[in-house]
Design a protein around this ligand. Sequence first.
Ligand code: GCB
Length: 702
Amino acid sequence: MITLLKGKGERNRMAGIHASFTSVVGLLCTRIRQNATLSANQRGCEAQLFLYFAAAIHSLLALCSKIFISIRELSGMTFLVEIFTDGYIPCRNALILFACSAFTLPALTQQPIKTLLVGVDRRSVTSLNGDWHYLVDQPPAKGLYTAEGKVRDNGYALNSHPNINNGPHNEEYDFATSPTLKVPGDWNTQDPTLFRFEGVVWYQRDFDFQPKPNTRTFLHIGAANYKSFVWVNQKRICDHEGGFTPFDCEVTAALKPGSNFIVIAVDSTREVDGIPSVGIDWFNYGGLTRDVSLVTLPTQFIDDYDVHLKRENTFSTANANTLAGYVHVEGASAGTPVSLRIPEAGVNATLTTDAAGRASFDLKASKLDLWSPETPKLYKVELASGQDKLTDDIGFRDIRVDGTRILLNGNAIFLRGANMHAEAPYRTGRAHTDEDVKNIFGFLKDLNANFVRLAHYPHDERMERAADRDGIMVWSEIPLWQHISFEKPEVYAKATYMLNEMIRRDRNKASVILWSVSNETPNNPIRTQFLTSLANEARKLDPTRPITSALIGPHAKGNEMVQDDPLANALDVVGQNEYIGWYEMRPEDADNIKWTLPQKPILISEFGAEAKQGIHGGKDERWAEEQQVNVYEHQFVMINKIPQVRGLVPWVLMDFRSPTRNIPKLQDGFNRKGLFSEDGKKKQAFYLFQKVYKERSVGKAE
Ligand code: GCB
């Protein structure tokens, strides 16, 4: 109330203090980060002290200014109210800013990523896919969590068996006689009683193993949504958070000759401080949703590599014959030889590792045919070091931004795309099989698409493999969707970890041309600083690809749309989501909208309307296929007037399950904005895009 009565001048002054504080903190933190002479701990400490100091000064100044204004303007009674209401706000803001700025600290002191094997699908492994016994630990999951919230190692993890016929009463569970779930696979679509279950499910399976001398063995989990706790032969091996990226747990010491068993508790409970957080518009499929395997390697092994076309300051086809990158050999001492061979490109080199086990290279190939959607050329890249070797299929290409253009191998490109969730066509559930991937790529090819945004999280690695083979360019994203706890340092640490895992898994995929740090986040300083740091982190991890994010807003003022989200400054390519004709305004209003957008390449990264396949009617009848077409036709009029649009990414290729879409007979639990229904039936809008993409009638590459 009182705040509303305040003069505009004072509010502006407060906003000014705020903004200056934020930018000073941002600037100083950047300087501190850049100071390579300080050790990580020193830097962390200096930054922390500085932030405490700055936050304290800010609170003090802000509070003094409030008190002063209150004394001057108001009676004693109101003055008190002022201190407790408005006076509280700057303090709170300062604290939030402090916390927000402090999220830079984990980045300063961050631990290197644990072993994460790159190219596991190119190795010979022992698959643990198949039938796993399971039991459900209903919320509050007392089987997994103690009253203090600690993880229980002495319960189901022990895989004990009940004394049924004699002996003292002991356990009240038995994995051995419990039903089974298929791994990989979500539990929701396998057991009807678990369809809407979000919580803890315990998985167990036996396996035989014969340890070999001088080897190390890892349990590789392609993805488990959302938290996992792993035990092998009753020993706690590892935990992991994040539902869409792979992880490896070393099991060498826990394994024994003969029969072994593994127990994994997977918790799909949504958490406010999770990434994503609690509100999501896709189905929260839980479980061991991707391949699980045992990978046995020599004691020194290749755990990571990056083989790419060297990025020069300017691209020229004539000079596009140098390869750069590194091979990392875990356990190697300095001077360990590494062989890198690409016979078809005339590369046959012996590299040597440095003290950190990394063999960097910069090598001329005798001949390179660059990867592109038209010629998705992949080379056999053979890596070997000591007893370890593997062969990957890698394409080489250059992707960069030049002004408002996106250049692939020096040529301006226009992205004819679609968004896709990891929803399996026809069968529904989380997509993970070769068949799912074949179906999704069949849809894209039929559409004449050359691009897919894999929303809103990293998909199964098979998708990128298929994209590499089929010549479909990819936008890959971490699940940082809308509202997350931007003010929490531990959430920033999680985001960087997920980013690391995503980039590490897919950096050798030529098809991946964009890393996205987020989707539709609220425009405020805390968020902007968080995502700017994250975008810079992505650039540091991979300086060869442009960074993007999908922005939302602004709302139209009359027929003006001005996108002034400062996050755009941190991006190379700006994704603009908008739903004119569905969530706001009428479809035909789009014709007259005047957009002001950053002078960067813009992708219309989401637009569309719902329609239920098979419902027909007028162009203004909601849910009719004709209405969906009408929305898109007006969108095309609008988009054709925005000169820097470099791609169309309709929302969405196929209808997908969502817990929030509950209109009976129309949605029935599905977001219906697909060009295809979930059972693969084309809606009219599919044919519209198929034609537009064939004729190249909307948008220009330059
Ligand atoms: C959006 C979100 C996407 C939703 C979509 C919708 O803006 O990015 O995740 O599913 O809108 O259909 O509302």
